[in-house]
Design a protein around this ligand. Sequence first.
Ligand SMILES: Cc1cc2nc3c(=O)[nH]c(=O)nc-3n(C[C@H](O)[C@H](O)[C@H](O)COP(=O)(O)O)c2cc1C
Length: 245
Amino acid sequence: MPAMFKSTNSPDTSASEGENDELKNARTTNGSQATSDTDKDTRTSLSTSLRPHARRKRIVVAMTGATGAVLGIKILIALRRLNIESHLIISKWAEATIKYETDYSPKNVRALADHVHSINDMAAPVSSGSFKTDGMVVVPCSMKTLAAISSGYCDDLISRTADVMLKERRKLVLVARETPLSEIHLRNMLSVTQSGAIIFPPVPAYYIKASSVDELSNQTVGRVLDLFDLDTADFERWEGWKRES
Ligand SMILES: Cc1cc2nc3c(=O)[nH]c(=O)nc-3n(C[C@H](O)[C@H](O)[C@H](O)COP(=O)(O)O)c2cc1C
């Protein structure tokens, strides 16, 4: 990270440094009677600092210019319902598809997120690995953004944040959409998969016998969020053949 991002009182870095000190203290006092005030203080702060940091689960949602803008919108709505903190980045061509394919305006879509970052803001919190997140979904994901992620070419906040997810070994789900697929697309999909991402093409599950596109979209959104251990409870799960009554 450039020096301008370095902060001596960053909560993320100071917490882990503090924790290491506490662990060192724990090792030196282990097995002996801790009776002095100093030892008592150490034990008190040890028990509090080792408690898991309580914060809302935080997911980055990026929308790009592939068709299927409604999927990104539905993901944002689901995250709101599940009380997950969302960080939204929208590309220029996602704005165009939102307007063309849905009844939403980009402004309305932005209003669904807890935090919105400009695609040109390379200094946004999500651009750094020290800003803790629980993963990222690019939905829908164009072949252009897939190519940028696959090559590590981070010239906008979406490809940079995806790059951060991969380097920090965090969950990255790409709802990659194109058809048919060229060898280049397939190679990029394989390469990001080998780097730890999950390719989730928005392919309809015909076995749910959906009566609308809305229902098919809910199933896709539900299965995407399953990958983050989030249950939308908004689609039917396969439970074996159903007997005709
Ligand atoms: C209506 C419309 C639909 C598009 N659908 C797709 C698509 O499904 N997949 C894709 O890879 N690109 C699609 N594109 C092209 C992308 O928008 C284009 O490659 C763009 O540069 C992607 O940039 P971005 O990833 O920064 O949003 C579509 C464009 C338009 C206008």
